[in-house]
Design a protein around this ligand. Sequence first.
Ligand code: NAD
Ligand code: DAU
Length: 349
Amino acid sequence: MKNMLITGGCGFIGSNFIRYLLKESDYTGRIINLDKLTYAGNPENLADVQKEYPKRYIFIQADICDEPRVGEIFDSYRIDGICHFAAESHVDRSIVKPDAFIQTNIVGTFNLLEAARSRLGQTIRFHHISTDEVYGSLGKDGYFTETTSYQPNSPYSASKASSDHLVRAYHKTYGLPVTISNCSNNYGPYQFPEKLIPLIVLNGMEGKSLPVYGDGQNVRDWLYVKDHCVAVWMIMKHGKNGETYNIGGDGEMANLKLVEMICDILDETNPLSDRRSRRDLIEFVKDRPGHDLRYAIDYSKLKQDLKWHPEVTLETGIRETVNWYLQNRSWIDRVKSGEYQTWIKTHYC
Ligand code: NAD
Ligand code: DAU
């Protein structure tokens, strides 16, 4: 691959992936980052990269649903590989207003597949980023494998499931070279503070209440974002054409326990002025409708075939993440105040 199209590269995982590819991996080609800059996209996440790699990093503000524009980008930049992150990604938002999830996650993925299919002679390798949520919910035991049947329970996961099926179908029907990865909950630097971990860290830093849905016993498997990036790049390089790989973090934990862990780390590193324990800030709030009870990933295929395993334990990763948010208050302030949108307007228009 010489000209890799990365969609959604200004979001949380996409920006971590671009930084990893340019600064730490053995990828030597160009990156074309196509991002619509929705509320979740923030070019400031890659401001350092833009400065350091002016020849190898190109940013284009565009919508993956805009078919002619996508085609133009494929041709102008001679795209020969795609890593497709762009999506509406927040489950709660999909429950309130699913429309954009259907457009971006399904129609947008379809557009990219069509763009690749109509240039089949050029061999465009397509990697699709998906989620463990497509498999539905586990009970107390068991793990999702690559052959677990799909049972999505939210508009978000249903839209991601649809896009996975389209990617698979384009491989089976048209011979498009594809790989798919389904990973668990990511956490780490640059995550938009609508998701559980950054929300709790930020509210905790400010001594605000810490909302926990239901009884807090829902379990997620937490994957440090850098470990995810390493896995994706390995799959793009060495994964078998047409295959799906699960990526897990060995980090299963109930939400309440995780929130308590963050409270304790914050109390230790950044105590409240009145020395109150942050655990007192925990507030049990109305549950999410259709809230999946438990996700857990069996990633043995990736371990056996590509020798990947997660390096960062949950305790270490959470400490590093809390530390990152503590040290990046101006990023937080701009994201929260909406000032980053002003930055976009002044910089790109
Ligand atoms: P995010 O919400 O932080 O970022 C999404 C990015 O996509 C943003 O930069 C946004 O501007 C861009 N985007 C949205 N609609 C677009 C459109 N129509 N055209 C172009 N760009 C558009 O998401 P994330 O957490 O970084 O997730 C990235 C991918 O990983 C998604 O496909 C998501 O489903 C998947 N995933 C995420 C997690 C997680 O824990 N965050 C876990 C499993 C899978
Ligand atoms: O499993 C992978 C998925 O992880 C990705 O596909 C999604 O894009 C990503 O957003 C994430 O989905 P979740 O719904 O699991 O993540 P979220 O951070 O929204 O919630 C994590 C858990 O915490 C979930 O059980 C709901 C709960 N929660 C969440 C919020 C925002 C709370 O208890 N309180 C909250 O305020």
